[in-house]
Design a protein around this ligand. Sequence first.
Ligand code: CAA
Length: 259
Amino acid sequence: MDYKNIILKKDGAIGILSINRQNALNALNTEVLSEISKAVDELIHDEEVNVFIVTGEGRAFVAGADILEMKDLNSAQARRFAQAGLDVFRKIELCEKPSIAAVNGYALGGGLELAMACDIRIASNYAKFGQPEVGLGITPGFGGTNRLQRLVGIAKAKELIFTTDVIGAEEALSIGLVNKVVEADKLMDEAMSMANKIAQKAQPAVRYSKVSINRSAEVDIETGMEIEKNLFGLCFATEDQKEGMRAFVEKRNPQFKGK
Ligand code: CAA
């Protein structure tokens, strides 16, 4: 499929979705959100893709939702706009394939919300993170009040959202907002290396692990452990479980098939 604001590539088992609307620092308007949604569908349905990376072209990851598109919305239109962002980010979060945000620059507002919907965040040392919304007269609307507190704790989330402070990559690392910080020119290598490491494991087990982690974060621990037990059980219906354990016993590397 052809995209106007997205570059979608594949490198072996790794999909790379890069947002490319550089004249607006990759700001998310309705068209960009719709293209991200379609690109994520392509990645989900592509059987060769095990893991995908989300990044931005140019000097921004994403500088937020598009302020020009939002400025004259009424409440009903704004709720629809928020729903569009929430839906596509939830699709990334809930799909079984792991995602890595390679944060190359500004990740503000909707940009930080997009990065937080990914499973893992790797930041360039130039990356900047923040939720500037209350300075524009709005609340975060693409999941920021929900996901930021889960990642950094409620007090830090309130501080960042109420003050709109923009923080650098090292501070983001120190509060648990990103997994890793690397030199800007190493960002994609590092993201690819982590993606390849994940892509070489047993994919049913990787995907069930993601489902179990996500679901158990949202339910009580008894329910979470029930989900974990059932997914653990499902692994034993896969060829990769047989291969993984046989390879251990035979002292060789496993040859996983992804089923
Ligand atoms: N929406 C629309 N356009 C944007 C944009 C955004 N979020 N962010 C940047 N742009 C545009 C600028 O208007 C500018 O366009 P022109 O060249 O046509 O004037 C272009 O991108 C380059 O930006 P700047 O000239 O401002 O670049 P800079 O280096 O001086 O500043 C910046 C960079 C600090 C990121 C600044 O652009 C900025 O503050 N952007 C807005 C950040 C923001 O407030 N994001 C949150 C949006 S609200 C939101 O996301 C709500 C939600 O949760 C759903």
